[in-house]
Structure formats: structure tokens, C-alpha cells
Design a protein around this ligand. Structure first.
Ligand code: GLN
Length: 501
């Protein structure tokens, strides 16, 4: 039962073949069994979840399943990343500075899940304030990749990806500023979708870099991601950057063939710096798309070589401003050793933030300071425009742009965490998408032959043939339907089996 996809569970609940209580119980059994090693969750809500599931069952029973027409996620156990507010629960962002902070309200995207009947089972681990690519920057615990206990789950939504991969929920909301949904999805062999900037409300998401942050689903399949997007998309007056767009049915095109669809492969992202095994897996997936009638051509994206530098100026600048609010006065940790106001600010921040967060605050403060603003921040914003222009040129001729999601499969613990630059470089394929505000998705397209040093549990299938490789597709603004259509074709055309713990 816990291995079902969201869509399969939805059908069984509607048809009365199973109950929401049973689904929730199975999820908590799975959590009990695997969390001692996986450590995907920072907190779980077993009692509340079972109560909600019971209510869902009553509704389903009394309406003969019809309640699910109005509430498409009725009785489905989902999780959220712990940088989203959920009323009366702790929201820590995996940071000591927010330890003990209780959400005074619920984020819009989470509230929409609840309104659709979803049962929230817990909040997942992340890199502190979503800064990182391995979840090793969490102040509280190290999440393990379910495919290989020696490896990271990716980040920053590593807890979300691991929870979905280990069937500890049927889907999870993550946030993506520079790849934080797509890269962990790639490392853990699940689907991760970053919607167009402005499609999903950011109200109640703790801000990292406001012009880049976007909430989206991590799910077992493309169809599951589309079902979650259907619920969370849409204008919200609480978020001034959310866009007034008619809400579409994102599942509508999933079964359509892709004959004649034009897909551009980014030359720079299949060359140097990309692991051979990843490249080969992507090439095989391309053959699968060609067989389904897609037209595939190579293009160059000359501006991408500046993307990383631009991102680490824009993201850190915005972070330095956003994180200024954590001063020991209003939220979370307050230093006990301060003699005056200034010391209170200094000590609370020094004690509360971890090394990576401090590094970014310093970088961002420097980039924004008088005399450097034009040289760094402004220049980075100009690079952003050029990257957007490059994409626009591509979308004038192609339906989607394709690359690996990450240059490598999941790496080992400790491999990059002490070398920030090499950690940053691993985001080369995902970052340009955020800078341009476009929708991007990572779909597992196969496994690459890296040796697996032992899965988390007793894997029934999947883990024997190496580690998952994610294929990234990017489409034009608000072209999520098309994006998901092609993603579904990648899924159909690939030889990939989810791990079953
Ligand atoms: N890994 C990137 C970073 O460290 C992206 C993080 C994210 O998307 N939140 O900034």
C-alpha cells in the first residue's frame, strides 16, 4: 500500500478499496521502520494525521466517494518542507535560530493542500534556510539517501526527496531557489517540479531569495506532481509576486504523444564537467524520446557560464536582507549572554546561524554595500536578463530545453561540504532556470553504474543497478502543461524503477 503512487491511492480511496486511516497507518509504519536511518523528517504529526484521516474516511463513506470530486487529495498523506508555516507547529528551517518558533499561520500552498483534503504527516529536513545542495547544512540531523546509506539525498529539499523515495509519504512540498526541488529529486530517483515564478504563492514560505524562491511538488511520478500542482497553483493576494493566471488542469496533456515536439539539448550541459555515466544515461533517454517522435537538436547557451556567479550574488544579496529579521528579538533563539541591545543582536545571530548561512550573509552584505553594488549586484541582474533572452530565443524554436539535472549522481557524505565552491558548481544546470523564472522539472530517466554501498533497508527493487539520474526539462513561462506532457514521455520511455523499501 505505501508503495502505491498518489494517483493509485486516490483511485482506491474513491472506490472504497482502502481507507485514509489505513493509508496513514501504512505511512507511519514505514516512517517507524526507516526513519532511524533515513532521517527525512524533523517532526511528524501521527495523532493529528490519524484524526484527519478518520474525518476523510467519514466524508468518503457518506458521499460514496463523491467528496473526492471537490477535494482531490482527500485522505492522502503528504509532507511539507520545514521552511513552510503550518499553524501551531514549529517551523525551524533546520536552523538553531528558529528552534522553538511556532507558526502563527499556515502558508497558502499548505493551506490549499489541507483544503483539498490532504493529511499532513510531517515536516521534512533541509539545508539550513534552504542553503545547500546536500542537506548536510541542517543544524539538526543528516538525512540519508534511501538508495545508498553512504550518500547524501541532495538538497536543500533532501528530507522531502528522501521521504518520497522511501515511501514515507505520497508526495511533499519543497522549495526551489536554485535547484532545491529538482536536484534532490534527481539524487533520490523521484520527480521534482519547480513551477514558473509566481504560479504558486510564497506566502508563509520563509524567504531565502525572494526573486528566485518558488514552492513546488516532489512526487513519485509525473502524474502525481501534476495532481499536486493542480491544487497549489493560483493567484494569492497575500503574495504580491503571485500572478493572475487562469488555473489549468495540469494532468490534461499527460497521455498525449510527443510526435513532432521539438526539444533542444544544451551543449554546454552535456560536455566537460558532466560525469560520463550521467551523460550516457541521458543519451539513452534521448533515444527513448526520438522513438516517440520527438525532434531533438543541440543548442548553445553561451550565457550559462555566468549563471553561477550571478546566482551567488543575487541569492546572497537577497538572503542578507531577508535574514536580517532574525535578530533574537522577534523570532526563535535569543542569546542569554548579552549585556546590551547590540550584543543581543550579535550574539543571537552568532550562536543561531550555521557556517554556510553566515558565509552567505557576509557575501550578500558585501555585494550590496556602497561602492560595490553596481559592480556586483547590478551586473548580476544584467546577466539575469541575458540568460532570459537566451532562453527566449530557444523557446521561439523549441518546445522544451533539456539537460541533466545535476552533473553527477548522489555524492558521498563529506565529499563536498568542506569545499563550498565544488558544492556550488553542482548546481550549474538548475540555477539558470530560477534566474529566468521558468518552470523546470527533474524526471528520473535511469540509473548510472556507480557502486551502491548498501541501501537503507531491504530494497525490493531498483537499487541494484546503480544510482538514479535525473533529466531536467525546462519550458516557457507558464507552459507547465507542455512541460509535464514531455516529462511524462520521458517517464514512459525510460527504464527506471523506483526503489521499494
Ligand atoms: N543549492 C543552491 C544553494 O545552495 C540552491 C538552494 C535552493 O534552491 N534553495 O543556494
Amino acid at each position: 500500500m505505501q508503495h502505491l503512487t498518489l494517483k493509485e491511492l486516490q483511485k482506491k480511496l474513491r472506490g472504497g478499496e482502502t481507507t485514509a486511516v489505513e493509508a496513514a497507518q501504512k505511512v507511519f509504519t514505514q516512517i517507524q521502520k526507516h526513519e532511524p536511518v533515513v532521517k527525512a523528517y524533523l517532526q511528524t504529526f501521527e495523532k493529528d494525521a490519524l484524526e484527519q484521516a478518520q474525518k476523510a474516511d467519514e466524508l468518503l463513506r457518506s458521499t460514496n466517494g463523491a467528496a473526492a470530486d471537490k477535494q482531490p487529495l482527500l485522505g492522502i498523506p503528504l509532507a511539507i518542507k520545514d521552511n513552510m508555516n503550518l499553524l501551531n507547529t514549529e517551523t525551524t528551517c533546520a536552523s538553531k535560530i528558529l528552534k522553538g518558533y511556532i507558526s502563527p499561520y499556515t502558508a497558502t500552498a499548505v493551506q490549499k493542500l489541507q483544503a483539498a483534503g490532504a493529511v499532513i504527516v510531517g515536516k521534512t529536513n533541509l539545508d539550513e534556510f534552504a542553503m545547500g545542495s546536500s542537506t548536510e547544512n541542517s543544524a539538526f540531523q543528516q538525512t540519508t539517501n534511501p538508495w545508498d546509506r553512504a550518500r547524501v539525498p541532495g538538497g536543500s529539499s533532501g528530507g522531502a526527496a528522501a521521504a518520497v523515495a522511501a515511501d514515507e509519504c505520497f508526495g511533499c512540498l519543497g522549495s526551489d531557489t536554485g535547484g532545491s526541488i529538482r536536484q534532490p529529486a534527481s539524487f533520490c530517483g523521484v520527480v521534482g517540479l519547480k513551477p514558473t515564478y509566481g504560479l504558486v504563492s510564497r506566502y508563509g514560505l520563509v524567504a531565502f531569495a525572494s526573486s528566485l524562491d518558488q514552492i513546488g511538488p516532489l512526487a513519485k511520478t509525473v502524474a502525481d506532481a501534476a495532481l499536486i500542482l493542480n491544487v497549489i497553483a493560483g493567484y494569492d493576494e497575500q503574495d504580491s509576486t503571485s500572478v493572475k493566471q487562469p488555473v489549468k488542469d495540469y494532468t490534461e496533456f499527460l497521455d498525449r504523444d510527443i510526435k513532432g515536439q521539438k526539444i533542444a539539448v544544451i551543449k554546454e550541459l552535456l560536455g566537460d564537467g558532466i560525469d560520463d555515466a550521467v551523460r550516457q544515461t541521458i543519451q539513452t533517454a534521448l533515444d527513448g524520446l526520438r522513438k516517440q517522435g520527438a525532434i531533438i537538436e543541440e543548442i548553445a547557451m553561451p550565457s550559462f557560464k555566468y549563471a553561477l556567479a550571478a546566482y551567488y550574488l543575487v541569492a546572497t544579496s537577497e538572503a542578507s536582507a531577508n535574514l536580517a529579521r532574525f535578530d533574537g528579538v522577534r523570532f526563535g533563539h535569543r542569546s542569554k549572554n548579552a549585556r546590551d541591545m547590540l550584543e543581543l543582536f550579535k550574539k543571537s545571530r552568532a550562536e543561531g546561524f550555521g557556517a554556510e548561512v553566515k558565509r552567505r550573509i557576509m557575501l550578500g552584505t558585501y555585494a550590496l554595500s556602497a561602492g560595490y553594488y553596481d559592480a556586483y549586484y547590478l551586473k548580476a541582474q544584467k546577466v539575469r536578463t541575458v540568460i532570459k533572452q537566451d532562453y527566449n530565443k530557444a523557446f521561439a524554436r523549441y518546445d522544451a530545453v533539456l539537460s541533466p539535472t545535476s552533473p553527477s549522481v548522489a555524492f558521498k557524505f563529506g565529499e563536498k561540504v568542506n569545499d563550498p565552491l565544488s558544492m556550488y558548481l553542482s548546481d550549474i544546470a538548475t540555477i539558470p532556470v530560477n534566474l529566468a523564472g521558468l518552470p523546470g522539472i527533474s524526471v528520473p530517466c535511469g540509473t548510472a553504474g556507480d557502486a551502491v554501498s548498501g541501501t537503507v533497508g531491504d530494497a525490493v527493487s531498483g537499487a541494484t543497478g546503480g544510482l538514479p539520474v535525473g533529466l531536467q526539462l525546462v519550458a516557457g513561462e507558464f507552459a507547465e502543461q507542455k512541460l509535464l506532457q514531455i516529462a511524462a514521455a520521458v517517464e514512459r520511455g525510460s527504464r527506471f524503477e523506483r526503489i521499494r523499501l
